[in-house]
Design a protein around this ligand. Structure first.
Ligand code: NAD
Ligand code: ZN
Length: 1565
């Protein structure tokens, strides 16, 4: 029999562990637990497995022999957490009672934790308690749930809420049961194992670290066979059980010590509560462990190394470490939205392990040890911090900031990398301290141990690396050396590998490889140098990059080596470090001038000295070194100097706060360039700097007394310029600014750092500008710093650690907390930076969570990739391409013009001389050149005939293949013909145009991946609308605009017309109350591509809603034949080309069609649909669930399931289905008369019909109005009341506007006037205790006063300083939001009157007037993208005030003098906010006329300059008349009113109001 190990618990050895011990189990039970009845209970999964069958068979046999009078009963329950219920428990009890079980019954609970918990609880209460024996079969159950006697069941209100302590008589852990455990469950159990080791047993934790690779390989293999890791598994289980058993023994009822087992569970449980059942317990606990470890680190208890170690271990076992982990996200899908701090904190507070509102966490002190051996109460603030990736940094208040500090930043990266290589090549044991743990060091350590260069271990809980070097003797190994994307490691190891000897047992070469990115990075010059020195190195893939095959046993010849000085200093260091091991003494000459990065070369040489090799500089030759032969001798200890770039942050902190900070391990002898920062930058700015050879102390002057530096060249310390910039931001001295130069390389780091500093400094009100190789900063007084607005998302870090750390310093000087995004980016060099700020500098930091963050975007954006435009002559390529270039911020290039320049003659002339063929050849060459050369940031417009040549077609196709956009532009052919015949300057091929089109159509199609059909424009305004819909289209297909899936009640209308152009005028009305519109392609009268495209164009012209593109087949209730696969696929691809927002993907399409569509969909959202037309599937049929999960697995964005109802009951079944299936948003409805209720209850995108449609898309469909009425009837809507408040308001149009829309949409709301000039009265009478209060429209004089009753203000309301809309905040009863919609009224009026998107164009605006609306106007112009916003008024003093109140990045300039006016840039947008009842002041009028005149002359932005009048009475105002005189486009004030009302309605109700209806209500009479 296999060996059995016994673990004591609560005083007796009742836990037995072994492998394949069924026999032993049976033996023990029957021998020691006498009973008349044994009951084995398991789940149906287990019942099928061999180990279980063996147990059962053994039991029967043995029982027959030993206790023939006893009986064995079996009972199987359904698998899964659902079985841990009252119902299942009752069923088991009934079974036991029926079978006449009594007090002497022995129950064996064989299964995972579900069986153990539930059956354990049955045993605890059956006959007031019977004996139970636990036979755990899942890893989790073995190491956790079966040990300790806790039993429980779940209730709908929470897991494990009802249960008992009931110790089992035995726990038999037979590890062989794990043979059949699914991989995910296996990995899930490992989370608890790792947790237990982490809190209690460092040695076991280290063993687990080593075991991970083998474990994962075995359990995730296609047909896992765990026997090969049997011993390790038994050990793993045993060690974990030992800890749990000993903890339980000392604290059975969980009062103290046992709490430690909850490490990772406080946060883990909270996450689990949200994402169960999609994520498993262990997966959530893994994330929880990391967060709780980070919490301990944040509190200064746990070291960063330990946190990194736990994370690494979890990852190595295939567990997630963050909720944003890719695989984890895949599992939890849509539920990611629900993981928000508030919810988590709430869940933590009600977790039964926590008492009341106090939240407790186990804080790890080191691996294997918990802080003070208990759980600690932690603050919500600190939890909030660790749970989010954005932070609010509070003011570094004078009282809280310690006067002196000592900080040791993480080790230097360069020194860490070098030390490892030398130690690995050296002889003797060295203890390396303060090593920076990075990708580079990780890969180097792995490589060194594979090559047997050194034995590597750790001490001090991983903080010290112990290397026992082999004196440079290394041998080949079987594995390839995989280096990920670790650049330095690849360079250093390439030379090291050439020293490797042959291991006769293994291969005769070393292979260095890396990830895809690494396989593009250069290494050529180093390889060349090594080759010429005797190494034999082969490129296995791309010449000049990894992977490399390096022949072993060759070594380096030595002697004279020459290297170009201008190449990377890493190559030089790599050769330097290996040079002592060459056969002959090496003389290394750097030729070709001054070497770059001399400092790094000096650093290498200096460090070599510490390891016993003295490099000497040639006395005769420049840049030449002699390296003696020899071997490194490892010092006993090597402490890595801290990173000098990192050290700049704590030093700057001292400088900026007038305190003192010491870095004890960086001083004047440091070879890191950034070590000069204190002396070269901080000292001249007024700090006191004391430096020894090895330490630096900076003491800042009293706050506010830093002096600017007229000029500093930071070339030797470029990385520190960001720190210098934030210090300079608060260094003032009259008008002096600080100029930093020598940092041009910083434009191409993690981001363009110079640009980033300029843009983010501006948010603090600090002006900075770029210099050719630097930055100039105009420092301001600390008191004048502006707090960057949180609503505007605070400070962007561009995912750059240095940007984040620098701005965290400036943030602390602002009075209000400053939001910093992506805080975890500091992990690159200093994961513990925020912890240092918090614990050392005593800074208060809050976690921050942006609202409504979307995590489901399907694809990255198109980035900066150029767009190529093709299409027939006269399709509008030039015009539309120019539009596109302007709103994408791209350059425009006309290929024909480019070609003419190249040829030196006019194209027609060329063709005349050389013929068409020659021309096409040239065209193809130029095309492929341009596509390659201008692949970023261009719109390339091509000649109509480009697709005629095969070569050019191939260039276009490969552009598409590489992920670029080739857009086919088209318009109606008849129109094209007309247009061309009118244009006599073009070669007339009028009569042949159709023929040409027929020939080219398929080519255009196959060469393009997008298709835009321009609809016919009857007038100027329609032309402008075309521009808007084209803009929309391009933004959608480039991913600049994401299609947001509705989260509120919403509908879409199904259009069932054969030809939309016949009902054009009705289209808009049909969509009232809808958030999308479905185009049923299968119902169109013609399915040709150009017809379908023209239909989408018609739709887009009249309706701006997202399009749902549906090709419904016969079997699903549509018209297309199911067998026409080819046509279906073609139509679906057309949909994607047309950039439709949603595509309906029937689950009945052939798999190949589905796959192809999903592959090509880019930004189009997928609605995976299934219709049960037969009506035979009831909603409790498992088929529906299968369909749902099929769609989820396809990663559809929305699932749409349509069944039918024959009774009302069918709708209730559907609601139950809806209730439990919510990973992906679901549209589920029943067709048929009886199914109407389901449409009323369906939450998002309910399909609706309209009275005017020719027929309903599906039987039983309702209209928006019917749905809303019905929903209101059954109490779905509250009959809300709204008011306009202010005085005087008798002429207010708001009631008409809102009421007309309520009526149209059948919303049960009312909107009245409430005249009052007193905010208190408004609150008392309308809002307080009014459960029907729906919202307010606020007018003068209450726009300011009402603010005191609001709890939150929108960004607009805050910036504009006034509130015109009030609504209750959803989910926060009694709280009110104040918003301001005036600005959006201005923006949308401009857009509706044809002003295009101007974000990237050089357009400036003007606000006339100095009242409240002026601020809204400035805000609007800024939001639109105006570069400079001018303001003008009769009296300028008011404007100065307004300018002060608005953010600096609005770029407001006041025009008061004539010279200012003369210097102003041309203006294309004006908002007039002066009273319209009186004539305009003479002087002001003159100025306005000048602006109007200049504007029309210049037409900046390529559109007619436009003036919006904010006043709406009289309907034509004096300023409108003047503007008309200057031929400006003029928008009357009523438009602004309607447009702001439209948004107000959306804020009030969540619905979009019918535009024409509200327009009519305001403007109509
Ligand atoms: N009592 C405690 O102290 C304690 C501690 C931790 C967890 N729990 C409870 O344990 C439960 C989770 O336990 P679990 O993870 O074992 O879940 P589980 O019992 O649902 O098992 C997971 C899945 O694996 C299957 N399975 C189990 N063993 C198998 C085997 N050997 N071969 C093939 N399939 C096998 C099961 O049928 C099930 O589908 C939760 O309800 C949790 O609350 C209790
Ligand atoms: Zn657990």
């Amino acid at each position: 029999m296999s060996s059995v190990q016994k673990v004591p618990i609560l005083g007796s050895e009742t836990i037995h562990v072994g492998y394949g011990i069924q026999n032993h189990i049976v033996q023990e039970v029957i021998a020691t637990k006498a009973s008349s009845t044994y009951v084995i209970i398991t789940d149906t999964n287990m019942a099928r497995t061999e180990p279980f069958k063996k147990l059962l068979a053994d039991f029967n046999t043995k029982l027959g022999v030993s206790r023939p009078d006893s009986r064995l009963l079996t009972y199987y329950v359904a698998p899964g957490e659902e079985s841990k219920s009252r119902e299942t428990k009752a069923a088991v009890e009934d079974f036991l009672l029926q079978k006449g079980c009594t007090r002497d019954t022995v129950i064996l609970a064989v299964g995972g934790g579900v069986i153990g918990d539930m059956i354990g609880f049955v045993a605890a209460t059956f006959m007031r308690g019977v004996r139970v024996i636990q036979v755990p079969t899942s890893l989790l159950a073995m190491v956790d749930s079966s040990v300790g006697g806790k039993t429980a069941i779940d209730t709908p209100l929470g897991k494990n809420f009802i249960g008992a302590f009931h110790q089992p008589d035995y726990v038999f852990v037979d590890v062989s049961f794990l043979e059949t455990l699914p991989a995910r469950q296996f990995i899930n159990g490992m989370a608890e194992v790792i947790k237990t080791a982490a809190i209690w047993n460092e040695e076991e934790f280290s063993r687990l670290e080593r075991f991970s690779k083998q474990f994962l390989a075995v359990v995730t293999a296609p047909n896992p066979d765990i026997r090969s890791i049997k011993d390790d598994l038994v050990k793993t289980v045993l060690e974990s059980i030992r800890v749990k058993a000993s903890v339980v023994s000392s604290d059975e009822k969980e009062s103290g010590l046992r709490n430690l087992l909850n490490f990772g569970h406080t946060i883990g449980h909270a996450i689990e509560a949200v994402v169960t059942p999609e994520a498993l317990h262990g997966e959530c606990v893994a994330v929880g462990m990391i967060k709780e470890a980070e919490l301990a680190r944040y509190l200064g208890i746990l070291s960063p190394v330990a946190v990194a170690r736990i994370a690494k271990c979890l990852v190595a076992y295939g567990l997630p470490t963050s909720i944003d982990d890719k695989d984890f996200l895949k599992k939890i899908g849509f539920k990611r939205h629900h993981i928000v701090i508030d919810t988590l904190l709430q869940k933590m507070a009600i977790d039964k392990k926590n008492d009341g509102s106090k939240i407790k966490c186990v804080l790890l002190e080191s691996i294997g040890r918990c802080y003070q051996l208990k759980a600690h109460q932690v603050s919500k603030r600190d939890l909030g911090f660790v749970l989010t990736d954005e932070v609010l940094v509070h003011e570094f208040s004078k009282d809280a900031t310690p006067a002196t500090n000592v900080v040791i930043p993480p080790g230097s990266k360069s020194i860490s990398n070098r030390a490892l290589i030398m130690a690995a090549l050296g002889s003797g044991t060295v203890r390396i301290k303060n090593l920076l743990h990075s990708d580079d060091t990780k890969h180097m350590l792995d490589a060194v141990s594979l090559l047997k260069g050194a034995e590597i271990s750790t001490e001090d809980n991983g903080a010290t690396i112990v290397l026992k070097g082999n004196g440079g003797k290394m041998v080949t190994c079987d594995d390839q050396l995989y280096l990920g994307n670790a650049g330095t490691a690849s360079r250093f190891l390439t030379s090291v590998a050439s020293l490797v000897g042959i291991n006769s047992q293994s291969s005769n070469h070393v292979i260095l490889t890396g990830n895809a990115r690494m396989q593009e990075r250069p290494i050529g010059p180093l390889v060349d140098a090594l080759r010429s020195n005797g190494s034999s190195i082969e490129y296995l893939k791309n010449t000049g990059s990894l992977p490399l095959k390096i022949e072993a046993g060759k070594g380096l010849k030595g002697g004279k080596i020459e290297l170009a000085a201008t190449i990377s200093s890493q190559y030089v260091s790599s050769i330097l470090m290996c040079a002592p091991y060459a056969d002959e003494e090496v003389t290394l000459s750097l030729v070709g001038g001054k070497p770059i990065s001399q400092l790094y070369i000096d650093m290498t040489i200096d460090m070599m000295k510490s390891f016993g090799i003295n490099v000497t500089k040639s006395t005769t030759q420049e840049y030449t070194y002699h390296i003696p032969k020899g071997a490194y001798v490892n010092p006993e200890e090597y402490v890595i100097e801290s990173d000098a770039s990192s050290a700049t942050y704590p030093l700057a902190f001292a400088a900026m706060t007038g305190t003192s900070c010491t870095i004890p391990n960086i001083g004047s002898s440091s070879l890191q360039g950034d070590a000069r920062f204190a002396v070269d930058v901080l000292k001249p700015m007024g700090c006191k700097v004391e430096q020894t050879a090895t330490s630096t102390t900076v003491t800042g002057p009293p706050r506010g007394q830093l002096k600017p530096l007229a000029h500093v060249d930071m070339e030797p310390m470029t990385d520190a310029f960001l720190t210098a910039s934030v210090v300079a931001a608060v260094a003032v001295d009259g008008t002096q600014s600080t100029s930093i130069t020598g940092i041009a390389n910083q434009r191409v780091k993690e981001c363009n750092r110079i640009a980033a500093m300029v843009s983010e400094l501006a948010k603090f009100g600090v002006k900075a500008n770029e210099l050719p190789d630097g930055i100039e900063i105009h420092g301001i007084k600390i008191e004048d710093l502006v707090t960057p607005s949180t609503e505007n998302r605070g400070i962007k870090t561009f995912d750059d650690h240095r940007v984040a750390m620098s701005f965290s310093l400036l943030a602390g000087l602002c009075k209000d907390p400053v939001l910093i995004q992506e805080r975890s980016c500091t992990g690159k060099t200093w994961p513990g930076w925020w912890d240092t700020l918090h614990t050392k500098f005593n800074v208060t930091i809050d976690g921050y969570e942006p609202e409504g963050v979307s995590h489901t975007s399907t694809a990255e954006t198109n980035e900066n990739k150029s767009v190529i435009v093709i299409g027939m002559r006269a399709a509008g390529k030039s015009t539309l391409s120019k539009w596109m270039a302007s709103f994408l911020g791209f350059k425009f290039l006309d290929l024909d013009e480019f070609l003419e320049q190249k040829l030196g003659v006019d194209i027609r002339e060329f063709i005349k001389q050389k013929g068409w063929e020659e021309f096409r050849k040239e065209e193809a060459i130029v095309a492929s050149e341009c596509f390659a050369k201008y692949s970023q940031g261009y719109v390339l417009s091509t000649g109509g005939g480009i697709v005629e040549g095969e070569e050019a077609r191939n260039s276009l196709k490969s552009y598409v293949k590489a992920g670029g956009i080739v857009l086919h532009l088209h318009r109606d052919l008849d129109e094209t013909v007309q247009f061309l015949s009118a244009d006599t300057s073009r070669p007339a091929y009028v009569s042949e145009i159709k023929e040409v089109w027929n020939r080219r159509e398929k080519w255009y199609d196959e060469c393009s991946n997008y298709f835009f059909y321009s609809s016919h424009c009857n007038d100027e305004l329609e032309f402008k609308h075309l521009r808007n819909s084209f803009t929309n289209y391009i933004k959608t297909i480039t991913g600049l605009k994401t299609v947001e899936i509705p989260t509120k009640r919403s509908n879409f209308i199904s259009l069932t017309y054969p030809d939309l152009s016949e009902v054009e005028s009705q289209l808009e009305e049909l969509t009232y109350g809808c958030e999308a519109v479905e185009l049923r392609i299968d119902l169109l009268k013609d399915l040709s591509e150009s017809y379908v495209a023209s239909q989408t164009a018609v739709l887009r012209k009249y309706v701006s809603l997202p399009i749902i593109y549906t090709v419904r087949t016969k079997s699903q209730g549509g018209k297309v034949e199911d067998e026409q696969t080819e046509q279906i696929e073609k139509l679906l691809h057309l949909g994607i080309k047309l950039g439709v927002e949603y595509l309906d993907l029937q689950l009945t399409y052939p798999q190949s069609v589905i796959n192809n569509v999903l592959k090509n969909r880019k930004f189009t959202r997928i609605i995976a649909s299934h219709h049960d037309v037969s009506g035979s599937l009831k909603w409790d049929n498992v088929e529906w669930r299968n369909k749902y999960y099929q769609a989820v697995d396809l990663k559809a964005d929305i699932v749409k399931l349509v069944g039918s109802a024959s009774t009302l009951q069918d709708n209730l079944l559907l609601e139950q289905f809806r209730h439990v299936n919510h990973i992906t948003p679901l549209i589920a409805i029943n067709m048929g008369e009886q199914g109407k209720l389901s449409s009323v209850l369906n939450p998002i995108l309910t399909p609706v019909t309209h009275e005017k449609l020719p027929f309903k898309a599906a039987p039983g469909q309702l209209t928006v109005s019917q749905i809303n009425k019905a929903f209101a009837e059954i109490g779905g809507f509250v009959n809300k009341k709204f008011w306009v408040v202010g005085s005087p308001i008798e002429h207010s149009k708001s009631p008409d506007l809102h009421n007309s829309a309520y009526e149209k949409l059948s919303l049960p709301y009312t909107f009245d006037r409430f005249e009052s000039a007193n905010a208190d009265e408004v609150y008392e009478k309308l809002i307080k205790d009014n459960s029907l209060f729906g919202g307010l429209a606020v007018t003068m004089p209450l726009k300011l006063d009402i603010k005191k009753y609001t709890d939150e203000l929108s960004e607009a309301a805050k910036t504009i300083g006034a509130v015109n809309t009030v609504v209750p905040i959803e989910g926060k009863p009694g709280k009110l939001l104040g918003d301001n919609t005036d600005w959006i009224g201005i923006n949308n009026s401009f857009t509706r009157f044809g002003v295009p998107s101007i974000e990237y164009a050089d357009v400036n605006g003007l606000v006339v007037g100095g009242g409240g609306t002026s601020r809204a106007a400035a805000f609007a112009l800024h939001k639109m993208g105006c570069k400079t916003i001018y303001m003008i008024n009769r009296t300028a003093s008011k404007l100065v005030e307004i300018k002060e109140l608005l953010p600096a990045n609005f770029n407001i300039e006041i025009l008061s003098s004539d010279s200012e006016l003369a210097q102003a840039k041309p203006i294309s947008l004006i908002v007039s906010c002066i009273p319209a009842s009186a004539p305009i002041d003479e002087a002001l009028l003159t100025k306005i006329e000048k602006v109007l005149h200049n504007g029309i002359q210049q037409k900046n932005g390529g559109f007619t300059p436009t003036l919006l009048e904010a006043a709406y009475k009289p309907s034509v105002t004096p300023i409108m008349k003047v503007a008309q005189k200057f031929e400006w486009n003029v928008i009357p004030g009523a438009e602004m009113l309607v447009n702001q009302g439209e948004r107000q309605f959306q804020i009030h109700t969540g619905y979009t109001p019918p535009y024409k209806v509200i327009h009519e209500a305001v403007v109509g009479n």
